[in-house]
Write a protein that binds this ligand. Structure first.
Ligand code: 5RP
Length: 218
């Protein structure tokens, strides 16, 4: 394994230790989460999981994890905990997610959870956030949405499982709160990959095989 994967695995194993039997658990998406899924399977505890992507759901089921629906009125409505990776974490606890284009679902799952735990390798800790910032856009009115946003580029990837168009904001991230408010207020933006500090309980970061818990909202 390369040094980054060793750290991703260490952070994932440390976060899996926070999971207790009987919990309803949200599962993020990405390579760090893949290590989490294995760590949860290794612990063989009884948890009810919801997934943020078809990829995570497939791996989780193959590992024997119990995956429930998070869709529609028959889906799970409340989660005890959600665990997910991230692309960037700044010193104030602002987080960029969506490198894997799953940020809209990931934010829904994080918001439904009492405790949102972020797991990262050390290179994800940055002094300041920078572009690209993932976006999910409605196809209807897409040209007008892109014009309103200005500094944005479409990503050459399939649509999200919910039909959204994936794009990236390429402008300044100097003021994440203002940008988040602006993007949320732009018609046609389904969601963006900025997660505010008040969403996250802690960031579990690995430096080598040593893990550290950065408490954001204890
Ligand atoms: C997917 C995400 C991922 O959590 C993020 O991109 C980090 O991915 P990885 O764990 O593969 O480095 O937000 O939408």
């Amino acid at each position: 394994m390369n040094p980054s994967d060793i750290e991703k695995q260490a952070a994932a194993v440390a976060a899996a230790e926070l999971v207790e039997s009987g919990m309803k658990l949200g599962l993020g998406t990405g390579s760090t989460v893949a290590f989490l899924l294995q760590a949860l399977a290794d612990r063989a505890i009884d948890v009810e999981c919801v997934s943020t992507s078809p990829q995570t759901e497939k791996i989780a089921r193959e590992l024997g994890l119990n995956v429930s629906s998070f869709a529609g009125l028959d889906g799970v409505a409340h989660l005890d905990m959600a665990i997910d990776g991230a692309d960037q974490v700044d010193p104030a606890g602002w987080i960029i997610k969506g490198g894997g284009a799953a940020h809209t679902r990931e934010k829904c799952v994080a918001a439904a959870a009492d405790r949102f735990i972020v797991i990262v390798s050390s290179e994800k800790l940055v002094p300041a956030l920078s572009a690209p910032l993932p976006l999910e856009l409605l196809d209807y009115g897409l040209a007008a949405t892109l014009r309103a946003l200005g500094t944005v580029s479409l990503r050459d990837v399939p649509r999200s499982p919910d039909g959204g168009v994936i794009a990236d904001w390429l402008g300044s991230l100097d003021d994440p709160a203002s940008l988040a408010a602006r993007l949320s207020a732009t018609p046609g933006v389904i969601d963006h990959g900025l997660f505010s500090p008040d969403m996250t309980e802690r960031v579990v970061v690995a430096e080598g095989t040593t893990t550290r818990h950065i408490m954001i909202n204890a």
